[in-house]
Design a protein around this ligand. Structure first.
Ligand code: LLP
Length: 431
């Protein structure tokens, strides 16, 4: 049983999560065994699938010069970063904190790209001192800041300009980034003048052009349209004597949460390769498509509360643990971990958490047969799950478990309640 092996060259490796001996298991490890040992709520990830997805990206490039930089924001657990780093991944980060995590996982700063609209001078200094691979800049103000910091340090700053091509990625408006109305990037038509300015600065080194039009994209067409615009820009710059070595096409490939049919990793990469001249190294920054389907959130049912036409299934996970439904009305499949429940007649249920807000729901209007004490798996939560978790309602964040080698390993122990206020106690006012 090897979920890591794609059945054809162009198929994206899929998760191995099915019932065995009456219990839902991930890569052959029963989820009930994990929940009994570690408690709930707990995020569980398949290392095998994360690695297989990364290899699918890497292999799809064949002999083309490329760099697959994992977008750390999707899931910044150190063991996941280390697993990917060991395979040769680069990393895409958006904060000093993410850089610190990547370095703590054992990776080199030279393999890191720093994206984001609001890098502070301190973050820029930290990144340059560490030897960052590239800063993707998003405004003239940031370019001036980088030039000043680099000059003070006496270290040249490798940069790429993130351009905004004004292309509709056709995704949720909160995660669309390539439209003029979004705060991201520099209007593509302003880029040539900016590059002329950059090459005239002593401490700036123009290395490439970057673009990222959004997340959870289910069609490659807008990505390819954006890449074509960037290539045209690069060719124009080249004609002006400005040589660049890479094109960063961003991340954004979607996954199937419900019935979406995104292109396979291989097909997307093939389409990108086709429109980028060979002399440019292609950089990609995938997040969700590497880790999203490789993770699930285990939660235990506390109460089943009938309420008119529907039941509320009150579980021990909440919007602080998994924010996507509350924030984007995102749909995540809910599976009972005991197979026997599938044979029982289901009722219409809303799966909700204990937090004092009606927005605290994880799934709505699902046909489920559940009883208090049941274990549920909320699927496809490996990306932007734990990463967006908070301590709202003074709730400790979940444990994180990585499954590999036929066993499970706690890669982040559950937060303790005392962890939440220990620093406040240090400065507790006296009266
Ligand atoms: N590169 C840049 C510059 C980005 O802003 C992002 C994501 C990525 C790469 C990775 O995109 P991905 O391959 O994961 O689509 N919290 C939201 C998603 C926010 C994505 C933000 N940027 C969600 O839960 O759907």
């Amino acid at each position: 049983m090897s979920p890591a092996t794609p059945s054809t060259d162009t198929q994206t490796p899929a998760i191995d999560c099915h019932y065995a001996n009456g219990q839902l298991a991930l890569d052959g490890v029963a989820l009930e065994a994990i929940a009994s040992a570690v408690g709930t709520p707990t995020y569980v990830y398949s290392r095998g699938l994360i690695e297989a997805r990364w290899r699918a990206y890497d292999a799809a490039f064949g002999t083309r010069a490329h760099r697959v930089c994992y977008a750390v924001k999707a899931n910044d657990n150190l063991s996941i970063l280390r697993s990917l780093g060991l395979l040769g991944a680069g990393f895409d980060i958006v904060s000093a904190g993410e850089l610190a995590r990547v370095l703590a996982s054992g990776a080199a700063a030279a393999d890191v790209i720093f994206s984001g609209v609001g890098k502070t001078a301190r973050e820029i200094e930290y990144a340059l001192t560490a030897g960052i691979g590239c800063l993707n800049v998003e405004s003239t103000g940031e370019i001036e800041c980088i030039a000043a910091v680099a000059g003070t340090l006496g270290r040249p700053a490798p940069i790429a300009v993130r351009v905004n091509p004004d292309i509709d990625a056709g995704t949720h408006r909160y995660i669309s980034t390539g439209l003029r109305e979004n705060k991201f990037g520099i209007p593509i038509e302003d880029a040539p003048a900016l590059y002329r300015r950059i090459v005239s600065e002593k401490w700036l080194e123009a290395r490439g052009v970057a673009c990222h039009i959004g997340s959870q994209l289910t069609s490659s067409a807008p990505i390819i349209a954006a890449v074509q615009e960037v290539v045209a820009l690069m060719e124009g710059l080249e004609a002006d004597g400005i040589e660049l070595d890479h094109i960063d096409v961003g991340g954004g490939l979607g996954i199937s949460y419900q019935d979406e049919r995104p292109p396979s990793i291989a097909d997307l990469v093939a389409a990108v390769i086709e429109v980028v001249p060979e002399r440019y190294t292609i950089v990609m920054e995938p997040g969700r498509s590497l880790v999203g389907e490789a993770g699930l959130l285990l939660t235990r049912v506390e109460y089943a509360k009938p309420a008119g036409s529907r039941n509320f299934v009150i579980v021990d996970a909440a919007m602080n643990d998994l924010l996507r439904p509350a924030l984007y009305e995102a749909w995540h499949e809910v599976r009972p971990c005991a197979e026997a429940r599938l044979d029982e007649p289901g009722v219409l249920c809303d799966v909700v958490g204990p937090i004092c807000e009606s927005g605290d729901w994880l799934a709505r209007a699902r046909e489920l047969a559940v009883q208090p004490g049941d274990l549920l798996a909320i699927m496809d939560t490996g990306a932007y799950g734990f990463a967006m978790a908070s301590n709202y309602n003074a709730r400790p964040r979940p444990a994180e478990v990585l499954v590999y080698g036929g066993d499970f390993h706690v890669v982040r122990p559950r937060e303790r309640t005392v962890d939440l206020f220990a620093r406040e106690q240090e400065v507790l006012i006296e009266k």
